[in-house]
Design a binder for this molecule. Structure first.
Ligand code: DC
Length: 485
């Protein structure tokens, strides 16, 4: 329903303007002032005093007001009698203002007005439409004009109808009615904060009507836009919920049983195909989020890490192509693989990774982005996405290095370094610091490489010897410090 509310003082042109607007928009016009006038006329016709509530109130039950549109005009009927002319009499104007002060009269007419507005598109004009009759409508206008201009307009209107009136008297009556309407105890004429004020003193009727209509269009459009935006947002929220559900589905394997069976099987196969000794297992965080990074030689590396370290809730980022075969896809999903499209920002995968981290699950990422087929110790340049995940999820990075032995069935070495945080970047946009943060990750990996080299080459892969070496190193360092100071 479209309900347009126009309030304002007497003679501001409300009824003429409302008629034009109603016609242009093809909707009904309801002149609420005419209703108060009809009550006033009935009171006078029954020789009662319109200023005395006890005189007027008993009459209300006998009053029936109705409208009929004939051509351009609204005919108003009082108990089925056309009173359109009578209610416009100058003496009735004053009486209408008097009866409008009586709360019972207002309730009687306001109920009628609200009923009409509820059931039809309508322009209502009056004094309390914006503030009281239709406080919830979005189309509210306050039409005003200087008192002198309003008196001039009223004079010529009454003269046209053959009523001989004096300008000064009309002006005095208008000021008097303004005072009454604005100062009565019940629903006085006010400009509500959400009404659009239009001063018609210097404007033609057409200009005023067009101004109001253009405001109505603007309000309608912004409403339409708001509706569209909220629909779009609702749709997006629904999609995100669906995605989130997918993430949850993907992150929550149905049973740990199948995983354990699979992981046990993979462990056994790996023990033969890609035997690996893991050093410093204590560095691997338990039951908490972590971005686990490792260099990558063969498709067997992830199998070892998944089956020996990641556990039931761990995730591993894997190129999408792996998932092409449905059986492999099923097994990979069960083992926690998140498929990722390479060479583009795969939003779905990003959401899943952040979703897993948010649920305190470790995520294994090979930061080189691909396998190092050359087999060299040097890592390929690292992709910058790792830093973004670690910063956004405020998750520790667990550096790991594979030391690949040459020849088949030789024991490889996997060293887990000390986890570190990128907390110095937490208060910055990950996108802006990814280069700097990636340099830091590279530095940590290279420190770990040195340790691995020492462990494997100097200490012949013995953790005991390596720890002894570290102790001696720190003693030597302390002595150097002492002698320097
Ligand atoms: O708009 P009008 O001059 O025809 O109105 C006649 C009187 O009715 C006016 O003095 C104030 C009163 N009125 C009112 O109190 N509330 C309305 N909604 C409309 C009119």
């Amino acid at each position: 329903m479209i309900n347009i509310a126009i309030d304002g003082p007497s003679g501001a042109g409300k009824s003429t303007i409302s008629k034009i607007i109603a016609k242009k928009l093809g909707i009904t016009y309801l002149d609420t002032g005419a209703m108060y006038r009809a009550v006033a006329l009935y009171t006078i016709n029954n020789q009662k005093n319109p200023s005395v509530a006890d005189d007027v109130i008993p009459l209300l039950k006998d009053i029936k007001i109705s409208y009929k549109k004939v051509g351009e005009d609204n005919i108003i009927y009082l108990n089925d009698k056309d009173v359109s002319e009578d209610i416009r009499r100058h003496d009735i104007s004053k009486c209408a203002s008097e009866v409008s002060k009586i709360p019972e009269v207002r309730t009687f007419l306001v109920n009628m007005q609200r009923d009409i507005a509820k059931n039809s598109d309508v322009v209502l004009d009056g004094r309390d439409i914006c503030s009281h009759v239709l406080p919830d409508t979005k189309y509210k206008f306050y039409l005003t004009a200087k008192a002198e201009e309003r008196a001039k307009r009223r004079c010529s209107e009454l003269l046209q109808k053959g009523q001989n009136v004096e300008y000064n008297q009309v002006l005095a009556d208008i000021l008097d009615r303004d005072y009454n309407d604005m100062n009565r105890a019940v629903s006085p004429l006010v400009k509500t904060a959400d009404s659009i004020e239009i001063d018609s003193t210097e404007m033609t009727l057409e200009e005023v009507a067009n101004t109001i209509i253009s405001h109505i269009e603007k309000i309608k459009n912004s409403e339409e836009n708001q509706k569209n935006t909220s629909q779009k947002l609702k749709k997006q929220a629904k999609e995100l919920t669906l995605d989130a559900n997918k993430v949850i589905k993907c992150n929550t394997r149905k049973t740990g049983g199948f995983y354990r069976l699979l992981a046990g099987f993979v462990r056994k196969v790996m023990a033969i195909l890609w035997p690996t000794k893991i050093y410093f297992k204590d560095n691997f965080p338990k039951n908490t989020k972590a971005v686990v990074i490792c260099n990558h030689y063969t498709a067997l590396d992830p199998c070892v890490i998944i089956s020996k370290l990641l556990g039931k809730d761990g995730k591993v980022l894997m190129k999408e192509e792996v998932m092409k075969n449905p059986v492999v896809a099923k097994v990979a999903t069960e083992l926690g693989c998140i498929p990722v499209k390479r060479g583009e920002a795969d939003l779905n995968a990003i959401k899943k990774i952040l979703g897993a981290l948010a649920k305190n699950q470790p995520v294994l990422i090979f930061p080189e982005g691909t396998r190092n087929r050359s087999g060299s110790k040097e890592m390929l340049p690292l992709k910058q996405g790792v830093s973004t995940f670690a910063i956004r999820a405020k998750a520790p990075i667990v550096p790991m290095l594979y030391y690949k032995k040459t020849g088949p069935f030789r024991r490889n070495v996997l060293v887990i370094g000390t986890p570190f945080y990128l907390d110095e970047f937490y208060d910055q946009k990950p996108n802006l610091v990814k280069e700097e943060a990636t340099l830091l990750i590279e530095q940590k990996m290279s420190e770990l490489r040195t340790e691995v080299d020492i462990l494997v080459e100097k200490c012949k892969g013995s953790k005991k010897k390596y720890l002894k070496y570290k102790r001696e190193q720190s003693k030597e360092f302390a002595l150097n410090e002492c002698s320097r100071s």
